[in-house]
Write a protein that binds this ligand. Structure first.
Ligand SMILES: [Cu+2]
Length: 324
């Protein structure tokens, strides 16, 4: 949670500044009220139990009450809340930057993973031409605004990368935008912030912010086809058990499989984690996931008992590990 106060993005920095101002301002009434409480308790104590306090003259009493209401109920809240309102408006503006054109990345929420779509290298927008898919690891350039164009394939999800910005809901049937901008390189964790089912808490997102040149190199490589063509045996094994849900770019003719029921696996081996950020991308974890994904992540959409056994499973894992 405290990630959001340790910002690494334009929006998160602005939000953290606002948060601190609100924190310090809210301390003022807190201290006043606690102070009054202490005074009252001390007075009571001095007067001893059971004795009534000496009554003030009625007129004076009423004037004192009115003063407290005007000061504490009207003046103080105005003085404290007006700057907050002004700052909220300023923060909303500070998060947007209009001098640079934003690059678009499509984010589609699924139970319980993130489908990502990038414009082909050289393009900036998703409607400009070719796009390619990847999943669960969002790579962005540093110092340039990125518009996440978000939607959902099933239920309402919400994307939240605390170190970069606030969150936005992914709503089925509606396309929305969240503008983010990393101010320094780094690897961050994002998560789904709207309850979406049994494994909602296991729907994480890895975010990698690269310096511009490094980002371009990543984009170039990620846009390409698989690094290792499957041999005939692997085409059969993967085609039978996995390809109906998982795409491998450049292996099958377009349209052979729908291939987007699960994450695109074209460059799986280059990802840091698998299963939407919950397992390390190791041989052991891959095997564990494929043998029984329901045990790792209850209710997710990859069925259990589809893994071929023994040697063939080991071959598939070998193959997946080559998909740099
Ligand atoms: Cu979700």
């Amino acid at each position: 949670m405290l990630d959001m106060l340790d910002g690494s993005g334009r929006g998160a920095d602005a939000i953290a500044d606002l948060w601190w101002v609100m924190f310090w301002l809210s301390l003022i009434p807190t201290v006043i009220v606690l102070g009054m409480l202490v005074v009252i308790l001390l007075r009571r104590r001095r007067q001893g139990d059971g004795e009534d306090p000496p009554a003030a003259a009625p007129l004076e009493h009423e004037r004192g009450e009115r003063r407290i209401i005007l000061l504490g109920g009207v003046a103080l809240p105005l003085v404290l809340l007006l700057p907050v309102v002004a700052m909220v408006i300023a923060t909303a503006h500070a998060r947007e930057r209009t001098d640079v054109e934003a690059m678009e990345i499509g984010v589609t929420g699924h139970r319980f993973w993130w489908d990502l779509r990038y414009p082909a290298p050289g393009n900036e927008r998703l409607d400009q031409g070719e796009t390619f898919r990847t999943a669960n690891e969002l790579h962005i350039p540093v110092g340039r605004p990125v518009d996440l164009v978000v939607e959902s394939e099933d239920v309402i999800h919400s994307i939240w990368i605390p170190r970069l910005d606030g969150k936005i809901d992914l709503t089925p049937g509606r396309t929305k935008r969240l503008r983010i901008e990393a101010t320094e390189p780094g690897v961050h964790t994002g998560r789904c912030a709207e309850f979406c089912g049994a494994s909602h808490a296991l729907m994480r997102l890895r975010v990698v912010a690269h310096p511009q040149e490094e980002f371009e190199a990543w984009l170039e490589r990620e846009a390409g086809p698989v690094a290792t063509e499957p041999d005939e045996g692997m085409r059969m094994a993967f085609g039978d058990s996995c390809a109906p849900c998982h795409d491998l770019r450049g292996v099958w003719e377009a349209g052979t499989f729908r291939g987007n029921l699960g994450p695109d696996l074209t460059h799986l081996a280059s990802r840091r984690t698998i299963a939407a950020g919950i397992l390390p991308n190791t041989r052991e974890a891959l095997g564990r996931w494929i043998i029984d994904p329901q045990r790792v992540k209850p209710d997710n959409n990859m069925p259990a008992n589809i893994a071929p056994d023994g040697g063939e499973l080991a071959d598939i894992v070998d193959f997946l590990e080559e998909l740099e």
